[in-house]
Design a protein around this ligand. Structure first.
Ligand SMILES: NC(=O)c1ccc[n+]([C@@H]2O[C@H](COP(=O)([O-])OP(=O)(O)OC[C@H]3O[C@@H](n4cnc5c(N)ncnc54)[C@H](OP(=O)(O)O)[C@@H]3O)[C@@H](O)[C@H]2O)c1
Length: 328
C-alpha cells in the first residue's frame, strides 16, 4: 500500500510517500481501508525534527482516519462497518492514518453514526472530536444561552469546528483570531462577532478583567488561557484542550475563588469508548455535510502531504485539510 512515512535517523528527518506493508501489532487488531484522513496540529508536531510528541524513529504518520473495516475478528466491528479511528498512540508511536490501510485496536475505533460519511468524519477529525467534547463539557457544567461563548484559535481545526458546533446549538459565539483576513469566513461559519487575539482580556492594570464570557473553548493555552480565565463571567467555565501558543499557564487563583469559574480539561486521545460514542452521536445530531464542507481548506494526496503539514504549522490554513490516500 502507499503511505506517508516519517523517519528520523542521526538527527535528519525524512518525510516520504512510499510503498509500505501494513502489519498488525496484535492478533486482534482490526484492518481498516482508509477513505480519508486529516491533518491535525499534532501531526505537525510528530513530523518535526527532534519531536517530543513522536515516540519512535520511524512510522506512518496520521493521528486519525476514517474508512471501512476490511477484516476483523472483533464481533461488534464486522467487515464493512464505517468507522473513525483515532486516539492512543496512533500516528505517534504506531503506524497511523496517512495510508491506504491502517491496523488499530478495538479501543481506537468508533463506528460512525448513519448521518456522517467518512469524509464528514475526517472534516471533523480529532480536532472536531475535541471541539465537541469541549462543548459537552461546558454544557455539563451548566452552559446556558445567556451571554457570549468565546472560541480562541478560531480559524484552526478545533476552533473552526467549535464555532460551527456552538452556532448550530444556538449559542452566541465570539471568535478570537490572529487571522484578520478570515473575519468574513468566521461570520459565515456562525460567529456573531470576531475579535483579535489581544482582545480576549482587558484591564491589564487589574487582577481580573471585565466579566465577558459565559463560557469558552480554548485550544491555544498560555497567556490566552490566562486572559480567558480573567474575563469569564461569574460561574462560567473554559474547556482547555490545546497548547498552540504555550504549554505554560501563569495565572492567579482569583478567577476561581472570587468568581467561581472552572477550568475543564479536555482529552480525547485516551477518552473511553463511552465518551467517544457520546461525542460522535452529538456530532451527528449537530452537524451535516452542508455545515461541514465549508470547513475544508483543501484535499491533498500522500505526495503533497508534507507541504500541507508545513502550511498548517505556519498558520496558513483555515479549517481542515483532508487527506485522500487513494488519490494519485
Ligand atoms: N486535548 C485533546 O484531546 C486534543 C485534541 C485535538 C487537538 N488538540 C490540541 O488543540 C490544539 C489545536 O489543534 P488544531 O489541530 O486545531 O490546530 P490548528 O488547526 O493549527 O489550529 C490552531 C489555531 O490556533 C491559532 N494559533 C496558532 N498559533 C498561535 C499562537 N502562537 N498564539 C495564538 N493562537 C495561535 C490559529 O488560529 P487563529 O489564526 O484563528 O488565531 C491556528 O489556526 C493543538 O494544541 C492540539 O494539540 C488537543
Amino acid at each position: 500500500m502507499q503511505a506517508f512515512t516519517i523517519t528520523e535517523s542521526d538527527g535528519v528527518l525524512a518525510l516520504a510517500a512510499q510503498s509500505v506493508e501494513p502489519s498488525p501489532r496484535d492478533p486482534d487488531d482490526v484492518l481498516v481501508r482508509v477513505e480519508f484522513s486529516g491533518v491535525n496540529y499534532k501531526d505537525a508536531m510528530v513530523a518535526s525534527p527532534h519531536s517530543r510528541v513522536r515516540r519512535v524513529s520511524s512510522l506512518v504518520g496520521g493521528v486519525d482516519a476514517a474508512g471501512v473495516i476490511e477484516s476483523s475478528t472483533v464481533p461488534e466491528l464486522p467487515e464493512g462497518t464505517r468507522v473513525a479511528v483515532h486516539g492512543g498512540d496512533l500516528g505517534v508511536a504506531r503506524d497511523g492514518g496517512f495510508a491506504q490501510y491502517v491496523y488499530a485496536p478495538r479501543r481506537f475505533i468508533s463506528p460512525l453514526p448513519e448521518a456522517l460519511s467518512t469524509r464528514d468524519a475526517m472534516i471533523i477529525g480529532t480536532a472536531g472530536v475535541s471541539a465537541m467534547a469541549s462543548v459537552l463539557a461546558l454544557e455539563d457544567h451548566g452552559l446556558d444561552h445567556e451571554g457570549e461563548v468565546l472560541v480562541t484559535g478560531s480559524t484552526g481545526g478545533v476552533g473552526s469546528l467549535a464555532v460551527t458546533i456552538l452556532a448550530a446549538r444556538g449559542y452566541r459565539v465570539v471568535a478570537s483570531t490572529g487571522s484578520d483576513h478570515l473575519t468574513d469566513w468566521l461570520l459565515e461559519r456562525g460567529a456573531a462577532r470576531v475579535i483579535k487575539r489581544d482582545q480576549v482580556g482587558d484591564r491589564p492594570d487589574r487582577v481580573l478583567g471585565t466579566e465577558q464570557w459565559r463560557g469558552a473553548v480554548d485550544c491555544v493555552g498560555g497567556e490566552t488561557l490566562n486572559q480567558v480565565l480573567r474575563c469569564l463571567r461569574y460561574g462560567g467555565a473554559v474547556a482547555a484542550s490545546g497548547l498552540v501558543a504555550s504549554a505554560e499557564l501563569a495565572t492567579t487563583v482569583y478567577p476561581f475563588i472570587t468568581r467561581g469559574v472552572a477550568l475543564l480539561g479536555i482529552d480525547v486521545v485516551e477518552a473511553p469508548a463511552s465518551t467517544r460514542q457520546r461525542v460522535w452521536t452529538s456530532l451527528a445530531e449537530t452537524l451535516s455535510s452542508t455545515t461541514l464542507e465549508p470547513l475544508v481548506d483543501s484535499v491533498v494526496n500522500l505526495a503533497h502531504l508534507a507541504q500541507a503539514i508545513d502550511a498548517l504549522r505556519d498558520g496558513k490554513t483555515r479549517g481542515r485539510i483532508l487527506v485522500d490516500p487513494a488519490a494519485g
